[in-house]
Design a protein around this ligand. Structure first.
Ligand SMILES: [Fe+2]
Length: 260
């Protein structure tokens, strides 16, 4: 069972709860400082105070380079037979069809040289169309869908392509601050050419009105990098009377580093 970042995971009673206006001011202050800084930051800030629990989640030691081959000897392995043909269709995992806007999300996993990465495991997890996870810590009053688990996986093809059929997740509240809502998103885990290249990230949907209010989305300080975590609507991926379509390519870096 994957962990679910973003689920209501901080206790509102354990600390003073900030207003949305206060969070916005913190976001703006950090963004202003970033704009005047020397270096672009394509990755999210690991310790980003407007995202309150990042203080507890972020590494407190520097990452260090490791030997990828040494890691491969002890890393989990799986075979082609472990991934079923229906694992990538989240709309057929139960007896009935899930409620929601049916979508296809597809794209390529490529390395930093633009080459496709074939045969790699891509995993997703997401809330249902009402913004609810099947998770004990998600108890906000939106309905569960008995026909939707929200977990899928597939292997990339020879061209690095992956594809998932699912329903568009809804936004959901979380307890980072008062009236905090996450933009709709799908969590992704991808492996590059080595186990140490594993990347866990989130894919967003274009035009979401919650982007400006979300400290997780805003923790990616570089505007162009933020744009890269937003999928593109692609009418050629949409299918007549079946589903709408989104395209999202994933670049996996080649720096082997681990958090001890
Ligand atoms: Fe989430």
């Amino acid at each position: 069972m994957p962990t679910i970042p973003g689920v209501a995971n901080t206790s509102p009673s354990s600390a003073k709860v900030a207003s949305q206006e206060a969070i916005n001011a913190e976001i703006a202050l950090i963004a202003d400082g970033y704009e005047r800084g020397p270096q672009p930051e394509s990755h999210p800030r690991l310790d980003y105070p407007p995202y309150r629990s990042s203080a507890k989640r972020c590494p407190t030691n520097d990452l260090y380079r490791t030997d990828p081959e040494l890691i491969e000897r002890t890393a989990p392995v799986f075979g082609q037979q472990d991934v079923g043909p229906f694992d990538s269709d989240l709309t057929v995992q139960h007896l009935g069809a899930p409620i929601g806007e049916r979508i296809v999300v597809t794209g390529c996993v490529i390395d930093t040289d633009g080459r496709p990465i074939a045969g790699q495991l891509v995993e997703v997890w997401q809330a249902n169309a009402a913004g609810r996870y099947i998770h004990i810590r998600d108890q906000h009053p939106a309905p569960l869908d008995p026909n939707f688990t929200g977990v899928g996986r597939c292997l990339t093809g020879a061209d690095g392509r992956y594809s998932f059929t699912t329903v568009k997740p809804g936004p959901y509240p979380w307890r980072n601050h008062h009236n905090a809502w996450r933009p709709a998103h799908i969590h992704f885990s991808v492996f590059g050419r080595a186990f140490t290249q594993r990347l866990i990230t989130q894919m967003y949907f274009p035009g979401d009105p919650l982007f400006d209010y979300d400290p997780i989305f805003q923790s990616v300080l570089d505007r162009r990098s933020r744009e890269r975590i937003v999928a593109t609507y692609d009418h050629d991926v949409s299918s007549h009377e079946e589903h709408t379509g989104y395209r999202w390519d994933i670049v996996v870096g080649k720096t082997p580093m681990v958090n001890p």
